[in-house]
Ligand binder design. Structure first.
Ligand code: G6P
Ligand code: MG
Length: 208
């Protein structure tokens, strides 16, 4: 039995992928190309700057470093306009119930996300107080599949990797958890998350 649980945010606890998608799509439209939902799959679990590089590559656009920083800010401003409207109804099914159940059984809970907006989102959907530690894109420098984010979360909980379970919806996140030496539950499709120890459709399956 695990003493700590580490959660990715986007796609595991909340469905913010649609807002990231809309914000990137608007930038692509400015540049005159179409950015599809299947293109968007490549951005899951990927940092903001790396996401921008992928979008630019898809559109065949070249920018200077300064222009990139400005465009990344613009994308984030657009994203925040959606995020500011979020409330509890945007928690994924079973998320709050499962977090509460873990807390009742004494399991420590940490967030392990690449997002720099993570704390704000946790507050918007009303689950910030359920976390013992929050490790997000403002605290780590190496992106998933590097294990840094989960190693830091586990350390903040005062636990060892073998005592922690990770919940992830991105392939890079599953790889990061494996590299950290943790048990990993994939959330989504077994075809994409096949390397996880177990794959489920969503946290609702665990509270059933
Ligand atoms: C998560 C999402 C990515 C996003 C990244 C950075 O990993 O899955 O799609 O690009 O966070 O998010 P941010 O809120 O810092 O732009
Ligand atoms: Mg995710």
């Amino acid at each position: 039995n695990f003493r700590g649980a580490l959660f990715d945010l986007d796609g595991v606890l909340v469905d913010t992928a649609k807002y990231h998608y809309l914000a990137w799509k608007q930038l692509a439209e400015q540049w005159g190309f179409e950015f599809t939902e299947s293109d968007n799959e490549r951005l899951k679990g990927v940092s903001r700057m790396r996401s921008l590089d992928i979008v630019l590559e898809i559109g065949g656009i070249r920018l200077t470093e300064d222009e990139k920083l400005r465009k990344a800010d613009e994308k984030n401003e657009q994203y925040l306009q959606y995020i500011r409207q979020m409330d509890e109804s945007e928690l994924l099914p079973g998320a709050r119930e499962y977090l509460l159940r873990l807390r009742e059984s004494g399991v420590k809970i940490a967030l392990g996300s690449a997002s720099k907006n993570a704390t704000f989102i946790l507050e918007k959907v009303g689950i910030a107080e359920l976390f013992d530690a929050v490790v997000d894109g403002t605290k780590v420098s190496k992106a998933k599949p590097d294990p840094e984010v989960f190693e830091a979360g586990c350390r903040e909980l005062g636990l060892l990797p073998g005592e922690c379970v990770v919940f992830e919806d991105a392939e890079a996140g599953v790889q990061a958890a494996i590299a950290a030496g943790m048990y990993v539950v994939g959330i989504g499709s077994p075809a994409i998350l096949g390397r996880a120890n177990r794959v489920i459709g969503g946290l609702y399956e665990l509270v059933g």
